[in-house]
Every structure is written in C-alpha cells, then in structure tokens.
Design a protein around this ligand. Structure first.
Ligand code: BDR
Ligand code: CA
Length: 318
C-alpha cells in the first residue's frame, strides 16, 4: 500500500479526495493536514473531520496547519471572496465540533516524515502554505518524499482570476517555494487536466445506490458542489456538472495512468498585478531551465470514474 499524507482545505472536491484516500485498499492514509483556503482553517479542519466521521474513519489523524498564506495582501484571497466564487461552506455531512489530533500540522508533517523509514507520497490539494513551511523549516524531509502530487495552476486560463488558478493564487509565494524546492517527483494536476473530468447528476444517483457511507458522502457533497459551481469558473456550465479537481490527484496515486504527464519547467508569477499567481509552463524550453514538474496535460475521464467508483464501493456499508 502506498503511504500518503493529504493536505486539504475541505472544501467540496477535497471531501471526495479524502473519501477516496480513506477507502481505497491501494492507499494507506497516514493522516490529513488542513490549511486555510476555501474557508478559514477552523472550517476546513471541521469539514475534514466531518467527512472522516461520516465514512466511519475517525481513526485517521487530522492535524490543523497554517491559518494564513505567506503571500502578502492585497493579493491573497480571503475566505469570503472565495465563498462568492466556489460557494463552499460547512458540508452537509457528519458531525461538527470534533477536534483534530493537534493544531500543529506543519510540525506533525515534519516529524512524521523524519520518523518514517518509508517513502511517502504527499498530496496537497489546497494552497501550498503547509508544504512550503515544512520544506523551508526542514529541507531534510525531501529524502522521505517519494512524490508530491498537487492540484494547482494551469498552462492556460485561471479560475480565480483570468490568469491564475485558486490554490496557486491564494498562496503564490508558497507555490513558488514548492516549485523551486528540488522535489524529485513533483506532479502537477492543473486545470488543463482537472477540467477534463466532470461529475454530473447521474453520477450522484449511482453513488447513492452503492449503499456505502463513502457513496453517500460523495453523493451529498457533490450535489452541493454542483449546485454552487458558478458558470464564471472556467468553461463549466453551471448546475449540471462540476470538476472534482482534488479527487483526480488521489486517483493518480491509485493508478498513475489516469494522468498524461509531460516534464516541463514551471514558474509562478508573484510580482505582477494582472498575472499574479499565473503558472507559466515552459513546454518548449524557451527558458533553458531543467524541468521541475511532471505536468499533467490530460486526464483519462473514464479511468477516473472507474477508480472513484472502486473507492466508493469500499469501506463501511450504510
Ligand atoms: C482548487 O480550488 C479549490 O477551491 C478546490 O478545492 C481545488 O483545490 C481548484 O482550483
Ligand atoms: Ca482544495
């Protein structure tokens, strides 16, 4: 089984990612760290605990990390701005008021990676604040990381601004740290790939019919997600379907064939106003820099749905 740590800002699509990582037999979920992003740190932590509780996996450790990005204001998004774009708040699942194992997520991440004798996969599907902090404080942890698979950026257009994707925009400084950290395998599931996979109303009915807790959670959060996904976010038609961005990273950890990868040099704009947070993907070597990223150009939608169904059939029955 592949040992994995998920870093989340749950979040609707994060909730599906957590559910998948907690149910698929190919993954050993060592724990989740939470970060501010879609919502405040308290809310993303509470949502993550709710999801694990709803699928009967409260045994999985949750550690709350950092509550604000490194990126300076006025560029960083606030939770209330995001609410307007992605319509994310308390998820309609589980019990609220559960407590995380600690509020020291970055320290837990460092200690866990220092103590393990295994090669761990990190899956950050949120602003990269926790990961940048951990790598900066303890660069030695890179030795224990087999691969970082992150959801963020785009080689085309953004979804937070015309130029920038939400996770990278929200903490472009942290994204810059991670891109330059010298991570051996840094796999980037950007909007290019995540917009190729959609979940629709039909999928929700199928999930519900599975009779598992995981199916119920995926169905409830995705219904809520589809309902709130705005037409202004990329090329997605509002109300009918939505891209479960973060879930694609977990699907890749289960079956790498779900992403079509090309090596490239990627950098993030942390300076300009109109392009702030844009990830420039140098496919053709204009900058003459060595590739730092395994960039997912495309996703295999049919394969993604197979993997997701496999996950949702697992775990506790209703
Ligand atoms: C990313 O932004 C967040 O709102 C989603 O959870 C996902 O991680 C998509 O751009
Ligand atoms: Ca997310």
């Amino acid at each position: 089984r592949r040992p994995v740590i998920l870093d989340v800002d749950t979040g609707n699509d994060d909730a599906v990612a957590v559910t998948m990582a907690a149910t698929h037999p190919a993954i050993e979920l060592l724990g989740c760290t939470t970060v501010a992003g879609n919502l405040s740190l308290e809310e993303t932590t509470d949502n993550t605990l709710r999801v694990l509780n709803a699928i009967d996996r409260s045994d999985i450790e949750v550690h709350a990390g950092l509550s604000r990005p490194f990126a300076p204001r006025p560029y960083a998004s606030s939770a209330s701005e995001v609410e307007g774009v992605f319509h994310q708040s308390t998820l309609p699942v589980g019990t609220s008021g559960l407590q995380p194992r600690s509020w020291h997520g970055v320290e837990w991440l460092i200690e866990t990676l220092r103590q393990t004798t295994r090669q761990v996969t990190l899956i950050p599907v949120a602003p990269l604040t926790n990961i940048a902090a951990a790598i900066t404080v303890a660069p030695d942890i890179l030795d224990a990381i087999d691969e970082v698979v992150f959801m963020g950026g785009a080689s085309t257009f953004g979804n937070r601004t015309a130029a920038a994707e939400f996770n990278v925009y929200t903490d472009a400084v942290a994204a810059n740290v991670v891109l330059r950290a010298g991570i051996r395998r840094l796999t980037m599931a950007a909007l290019d790939a995540t917009h190729e996979v959609l979940v629709s109303q039909d999928d929700l009915h199928r999930y519900r019919a599975l009779g598992t807790r995981a199916g119920d959670v995926a169905s409830a959060v995705t219904e809520y997600y589809i309902g709130g996904y705005k037409a202004s976010v990329g090329p997605i038609e509002a109300g009918s379907s939505a891209p479960p961005h973060d879930a694609l990273c977990v699907a890749y950890a289960i079956d790498p064939k779900v992403l079509d990868i090309t090596e490239a040099y990627v950098e993030v704009d942390t300076v300009s106003l109109c392009n702030y947070g844009r990830t420039t993907v140098d496919f053709h070597g204009y900058r003459d820099e060595p590739a730092n990223v395994r960039f997912a150009k495309h996703a295999d939608s049919a394969r993604f749905h197979q993997i997701l169904d496999e996950c949702l059939r697992g775990g506790t029955v209703r």
